[in-house]
Ligand binder design. Structure first.
Ligand SMILES: Cc1ncc(COP(=O)(O)O)c(C=O)c1O
Length: 411
């Protein structure tokens, strides 16, 4: 029995075959050079063949932009992009594909909401509640708009303070993650949504990590704004998805100005297009959108979601138990999470990263773009391993062996 089989056979996964899943990723099957053990998927995920081929196919066989020219190829690409929008809406439970906006990533999506929604509605002394688990991308846009409007950002210490006790008639927006990129904690979105809407406030959920591991239904949860970056979900870099309820998008002011976001323009003004187009000035990331559509097709065709997650949880258990045997380790992540953040007593996190990199092990160390959360955890940085269903027990055994050596060197 190979080490991988221990995890594989421990639980019955009739539809999920870990070795077959690995075979979809050229980075894991390359035979030239040294193979990297990739444990940094929360930063960006490996890409499956389906995504790479769709992107390459566009650049090799199509020379056409979208929603502009009338030649055959351009019309085809426009139809494909419309279809991708519908696929994305279906994927997150949005009712209408017009509620899906293409952006450059999660960060741009939140900035768009801060500037086009929040800036328009916030009055001095209004409040934006932001959880203390957030990535800087879901904090700084709110600090910026608070400064612009005289509103206030209120910290919500999740797990310590009940959201209801912070809500006031001045609360206009609550911004929270679906899954922390440091602790892996997943807030109870159904409960949060109920509280937020009791106060007629608006809920924004950062799905950058959560979308990868937890199915989401934005409509069932009545989430007002939801966003993620496609590169963490096996998709291309430079592309983000922003969902917004149609009524909110319609009332919002425009974001960037440029081609295709308008109905009429003169030197004295312009009339904006309807959503989603009014938020999509300029040529979009066409190859990226087509690549992401192929990613979704591939994911849907596998329909392995629950079993892949069960497998990853088992692998996370194994990882934590092996790490715990190594040294005096402090874990910061919740049990079973595919994100495992920790520190080793008396060893700097970055020293570990450098030594592991020499052994072709890729992981992330540092503040993970979450300085306020680091303060809460009482550290200046962490070591983070992030798992995906393409990881296996062999990866973890390599990691542990390399860490043993590194700890011997550093202690
Ligand atoms: C929870 C969370 N939100 C937002 C982001 C920002 O994503 P991007 O840099 O792709 O815009 C990240 C990236 O790590 C993240 O983990």
């Amino acid at each position: 029995m190979t080490t991988n089989n221990v995890i594989h056979q421990a639980v019955n996964y009739p539809h999920f075959n870990p070795e077959q899943f690995r075979s979809y990723f050229p980075a894991l099957t390359a035979t030239d050079g040294e193979q990297t053990v990739y444990l940094d998927s929360a930063a960006t995920a490996l890409k499956p063949n389906a995504m790479i081929e769709a992107t390459t196919h566009y650049y090799s066989h199509h020379t056409a932009t979208v929603a502009r020219s009338l030649h055959k190829d351009a019309l085809q690409i426009t139809a494909n992009i419309d279809h991708a929008r519908q696929q994305t809406a279906d994927f997150i439970g949005a009712i209408d594909s017009g509620e899906i906006i293409w952006t450059r990533g999660a960060t741009e999506s939140i900035n768009l909401i801060a500037q086009s929604y929040a800036r328009q509605i916030l009055q001095p002394h209004d409040e934006i509640i932001v959880s203390d688990l957030e990535h800087h991308s879901n904090l700084l846009p709110w600090l910026i708009v608070a400064e612009q409007t005289g509103a206030k950002v209120v910290k919500w210490s999740i797990g310590e303070i009940d959201l209801s006790s912070l809500m006031t008639p001045r609360t206009k927006i609550v911004a929270v993650t679906q899954m922390s990129n440091v602790t892996g904690y997943c807030p109870d979105l159904a409960k949060i949504s109920q509280i937020v809407h009791q106060y007629q406030a608006v809920l924004l959920v950062d799905g950058a990590q959560g979308v990868v591991h937890k199915p989401i239904d934005v409509n069932a949860l009545s989430i007002d704004f939801y966003l993620f970056s496609t590169h963490k979900l096996y998709g291309p870099t430079g592309l983000g998805v922003l969902y917004g309820k149609k009524s909110l998008l319609t009332a919002m002011s425009v974001w960037h100005g440029g081609g295709k976001m308008l109905k009429r323009a003169t030197f004295s003004g312009f009339e904006a297009e309807d959503p989603p187009y009014k938020f999509e000035a300029g040529t979009p990331n066409i190859a990226g959108i087509l690549g992401f559509a192929a990613t979704l097709n591939w994911l849907n065709s596998l329909s392995i979601w629950e079993q892949a997650e069960a497998y990853t949880e088992k692998l996370a258990d194994y990882t934590r138990s092996q790490l715990a045997k190594l040294a005096d380790i402090t874990f910061y992540s919740v049990d079973k999470s595919p994100i495992i953040a920790f520190n080793i007593a008396d060893i700097h996190h970055n020293d570990i990263a450098v030594l592991l990199s020499e052994q072709n092990i890729a992981l992330r160390t540092g503040e993970l773009c979450a300085q306020p959360l680091m303060h809460k955890l009482g550290c200046h940085g962490v070591i983070r391993i992030s798992l995906m269903p393409y990881n296996n027990q062999q990866d973890i055994d390599c990691l542990i062996a390399a860490m043993q050596e590194a700890i011997l060197l550093l202690k």
